[in-house]
Design a protein around this ligand. Structure first.
Ligand code: SAM
Length: 318
């Protein structure tokens, strides 16, 4: 499958400290000179687009804590050939940023939220802030983004009991509520033990407690999510089953972390360093050619070629 989708992490900084994400022994954040600057991010993104990428999703850490994120979105939006610019956020800063980001050219938002209960929010994220995230979701819906998604990582004993309440959010809001299988990506998430709550279990719980799910046809460019709807719902329900079902053959994405490391596959520790080229005077053609070569060999990295436990989602972006 051709690579046309880049997940671009802007920072390792985050305003939350989630139990399944932030590194356990974090000795502070990466030094500033390790992080790509705005101009370097924009140049790298343009090289990805020259190499065939048409859609970029900004992530982190928390991308909205990146200094002058609105200015960076404007720079990226100006890249010729980029069809879609999207962003994944924990939503805390959306009440003030949803409108300026939309005006800067951001077209889609995914908002991560794992609980609707304030105590559980504190337990999962280490902070208060549920009401701000809920305000952020409302701000995103009011600002006119296309197909806003709410992403819940379902974890046994942590938030699986809240699946029906999340499913019900799709009844009266034009949101796609997506249930994501937990992945023991780093040492901290591995401490949660066998927290995987599979898509099959999630679906069964929704059908038993809320109502039947009608499968919808796959959306063009919709990625690995399977999409359904409850009867009469304003929104939709999606499932991302990275653990229980295998979608390497349909994978069209690559990732770059905030230090310029390119990851052809989330499940493989193999990386390629774009920062050295960016800082070493490589031409735009050389950057694009380097990426095209990575895209050509992407298919040799597969889910079964790596092991869990090596990925820091907080710098790579999930
Ligand atoms: N801070 C932003 C946010 O919260 O959406 C962007 C970065 S966050 C790392 C991106 C996504 O990765 C979030 O939806 C988060 O829930 C997900 N994620 C992080 N660690 C995960 C894990 N171990 N298993 C599954 N999803 C994970």
């Amino acid at each position: 499958m051709a690579v046309d989708y880049l997940r671009l992490s802007l920072t390792d900084r985050c305003n939350l400290n989630c139990i399944y994400c932030t590194p356990m022994e974090k000795e502070g954040f990466l030094a500033h000179d390790q992080l790509l600057r705005h101009e370097e991010i924009a140049r790298a993104a343009a090289a990805f687009v020259r190499a065939g990428v048409t859609k970029i999703r900004l992530t982190g850490g928390e991308p909205l804590v990146k200094k002058n994120i609105v200015g960076l979105v404007k720079m990226l939006r100006a890249i010729p050939g980029l069809r879609e610019l999207a962003l994944t956020t924990n939503g805390l800063l959306l009440p003030e940023l949803a409108v300026p980001l939309r005006e800067a050219g951001l077209s889609r938002l995914n908002i991560s939220l794992d609980t609707l209960n304030e105590d559980n929010f504190k337990r999962i994220t280490g902070s208060a802030g549920l009401s701000k995230v809920l305000d952020g979701i409302a701000a995103a819906l009011a600002a006119g983004y296309e197909d806003t998604k709410l992403n819940m990582v379902v974890m046994k004993r942590v938030n699986d009991a809240e699946v029906p309440a999340f499913a019900r959010l799709s009844l009266d809001r034009p949101l796609t509520v997506r249930f994501i299988e937990f992945y023991p990506a780093n040492a901290r998430s591995a401490r949660l033990g066998d927290a995987l709550y599979t898509t099959a279990e999630t679906k069964r719980l929704i059908e038993d407690s809320v109502g039947a799910l009608r499968e919808l046809p796959p959306e063009p460019g919709g990625g690995p999510a399977r999409v359904c709807a409850l009867a009469g719902a304003a929104g939709k329900i999606g499932f991302i089953s990275g653990r229980s079902s295998y979608f390497c053959g349909a994978c069209n994405r690559v990732r770059m972390d905030c230090t310029g490391k390119v990851y052809p596959c989330l499940y493989s520790p193999a990386t390629h360093d774009l920062k050295d080229l960016l800082r070493g005077g490589a031409s735009d053609d050389a950057l694009a050619d380097y990426l095209k070569k990575i895209f050509l060999v992407k298919s040799k990295y597969r889910k079964d070629s790596g092991t869990a436990g090596h990925v820091e989602m907080s710098s790579l972006g999930g």
